[in-house]
Design a protein around this ligand. Sequence first.
Ligand code: NI
Ligand code: MN
Length: 224
Amino acid sequence: MKYSWHGHSVVQLETLSGHKIIIDPFITGNPNTTLKVEDINVDYIILTHGHNDHVGDTFDIASKCDATIIAMVELADFFENQGLKTHPMNLGGKVHFPFGSIKMVPALHSSTYYYQGETLPMGLASGVIIDDGVHKVYHAGDTALFSDMKLIGPVDLAFLPIGDNYTMGIDDALKAVELVACKWAVPVHYNTFPIIKQNPYDFVNRLDDGNGIVPDFDKQYNIN
Ligand code: NI
Ligand code: MN
């Protein structure tokens, strides 16, 4: 699998089968990516929860690419009612897609979507495990540390929030790395806004050599 990180929680994956996936596509208002919504071309959009810094440009991307939105049932239904293609899931569910599988796992966080002046409840927040048959990638979404993370791994690569304030901070994310048993950990959800300012090397430097990765923004890497 290939991956790229675009600041905040925005991750793109390209599976062995060549399918393209974007997770939490917060592009407009994201200071750390040069991606343009109109240039994004994906087959699937995965949403971890309804917060606007995660749903982001989902509507425009899905409309343009005819991508399938994979999300918690309440959030998926919202987009289904807007005429978009969706696949609803809920915690514990695993679904096989042409590229492999997605499992929706718990996250300790809230989930609402602010839309046209209203704050809509969007069910539970989640994390996801994407498996293309060769690699397993865990995207934790927004979450606090919880001990059941030990049931999520082992995985090859984990995207873990370190920004603190709204999610776990660095100390808890380091514990999450152990619980999840990931070969590589990529810190996310920091430095987008002043309130989640962190130095990612304070995280990476406390991990074993090579265990933590701070990718360049918008650059594609191979997992191997
Ligand atoms: Ni959130
Ligand atoms: Mn967030």
